[in-house]
Design a protein around this ligand. Structure first.
Ligand code: HEM
Length: 468
């Protein structure tokens, strides 16, 4: 990168910091690749030489063919540890393998295809939408929805943020503490230990609250696994439903006999991985739907083949246009738009070197690599001249492999992909059954991303919906 400050690379650091705060960071990343006419280049970050790549060959090497040469970035791990401890998202090597094997059985189709988990919470969301077509920030509601569904699936008891007057002040406080903590973890992951050293009582208090809240559920599940007397009996009474028949992620973990701290850490890791991401996907989808009546109409026509019936898993999967729409949102607005790894030993990446950029490049032990999915998903040489257009129909013809990675790939591919796509699809179907038209708030500027640890819409998704 042609730095103005060739010693520390401060020019780029300052520019990135500014863009992260005001939006436009992702498009600037893409622009840099085009300006340099290269899909892999190095930059300086405080004297450190960092590799950037948007090349499918290199990303495939990092994530799959040379998987063991790379690990998660130490800065990210350091930011996550105080809250999330040692879980699937924050570990590498044998520790990670253990987590992955522990959690995998909970993500088989029979568990993630249980649509009852979503129904009640989506009806709470629908109740929060004004019936007179006035504007609502649906992104905020989606973040509440995914907190409610994820806590239901993981703990067996929802935080019920969407339910007014619900005797669950603790759930609401948990959601608030969790949102604050993830915001700070996001800042630390981006800026490093400088931020971690600043004393922040709200941050430490919030972590404490989150841990206590989760430990309460963990204790119940461990008792249940040991003594067989059920938390579910109480919860079924409280919820007015037969919750003992439902799959509870936490109870399955407790049955494996791992210790309570491990269960707590894994639950928080999965909550983190699954909550903001699915809310982001739904938010970008509705942002687009409000601006593309052609897509909205086509999608609604497909949804209304069900009338007002609840869809089952097979019906969801058969809705082609809906699945194409989600694929296209994940292409243009990937919720994890960029990611990073560090080399654990001296190694190479297959392309980017030599005068024509086709030779391998050296990667030194410890060297950081940023890989940019957002840029890769928008490359015209990979997706055609219309790469920047939102066109669900393109998925009728294309089957990209390493050029399309919204859920990552290789051994660390997203374990919750099915859960996310099912929840997003189910939510879209129920909303389009309930509302026949959608409009954006007038006078809004162009779309810019809000980058915390994942991406969402800066300023919210402000729309008006007309009941069917
Ligand atoms: C639109 C929604 C989602 C997107 C875009 C997404 C994307 C991703 C990506 C890119 C990764 C790789 C991160 C990395 O290795 O650096 C990942 C990992 C992971 N995701 Fe998802 N995810 C989504 C939803 C979910 C859901 C709903 C769950 C769980 C209920 C989940 C659970 C996980 C877990 C546990 C990992 C770590 C896997 C490992 O390291 O072995 N995700 N996800």
């Amino acid at each position: 990168y042609p730095h103005k400050d060739p010693i520390l690379g401060l020019d780029l650091f300052i520019e990135n910091f500014r863009l992260l705060n005001k939006g436009g960071f992702l498009d600037k990343l893409s622009e840099r690749y085009y300006r340099q006419n290269a899909w892999t280049y190095t930059q300086l970050l405080f004297r450190e030489k960092v590799i950037n790549t948007a090349d499918p060959e290199n990303i495939k090497a990092i994530l799959a063919t040379q998987f063991t040469d790379f690990q998660h970035s130490p800065r990210r791990k350091a930011a996550f540890y105080p809250t999330f401890g040692h879980g699937i998202f924050t570990t590498d090597g044998a520790e990670w393998e253990f987590s992955r094997a522990l959690l995998r059985p909970s993500f088989v189709r029979s568990q993630v295809g249980d649509l009852d988990i979503f129904e009640a919470h989506i009806s709470h969301l629908i109740n929060k939408i004004p019936r007179d077509g006035s504007i609502v920030d649906i992104q905020q509601l989606f973040f509440a929805l995914t907190m409610d569904t994820a806590t239901q699936f993981l703990f067996g008891q929802s935080a019920n943020v969407l339910v007014e007057g619900e005797p669950s002040a603790r759930g609401e406080k948990f959601a608030e503490a969790y949102d604050y903590v993830t915001e700070i973890v996001g800042i630390q992951a981006k800026l490093g230990q400088i931020v971690a050293k600043i004393p922040n009582k709200r941050y430490t208090d919030s972590i404490k609250y989150i841990h206590e809240y989760v430990e309460m559920y963990v204790q119940k599940a461990v008792d249940f696994a040991k003594f067989g007397h059920s938390r579910s009996v109480h919860d079924a009474e409280a919820n007015g439903r037969e919750s003992h028949e439902k799959y509870v992620f936490l109870e399955e973990l407790a049955k494996t006999g791992v210790d309570k701290k491990k269960i707590r850490d894994e639950l928080l890791n999965v909550l983190f991985a699954g909550r903001d991401t699915t809310a982001g996907l739904l938010s970008f989808t509705f942002y687009i739907l409000a601006r593309r009546p052609d897509v909205f109409e086509k999608l609604r026509a497909e949804v209304m083949t069900l009338g007002s019936e609840r869809p089952d898993f097979a019906q969801i999967k058969n809705m082609k246009y809906l699945q194409y729409t989600l694929k296209e949102v994940n292409r243009l607005y990937p919720i994890v738009p960029f990611n990073a790894r560090a080399a654990v030993r001296d190694t190479t990446l297959p392309v980017g070197g030599g005068s024509d950029g086709k030779s391998p490049i050296l990667v030194k032990a410890g060297q950081a690599i940023n890989y940019q999915i957002y840029t890769m998903h928008r490359r015209k040489d990979l997706y055609g001249e219309d790469a920047l257009e939102f066109k669900p129909e393109r998925w009728e013809h294309i089957r990209p492999t390493w050029q399309y990675l919204p859920f990552n790939a290789g051994p660390r591919i997203c374990i919750g992909q099915q859960f996310a796509l099912t929840e997003a699809s189910y939510t879209i179907i129920r909303l389009l059954q309930a509302f026949k038209s959608i409009r954006p708030r007038e006078g809004e500027g162009p779309l810019t991303e809000l980058l915390a640890l994942t991406s969402s819409v800066r300023g919210g998704v402000n729309i008006g919906l007309t009941p069917a």
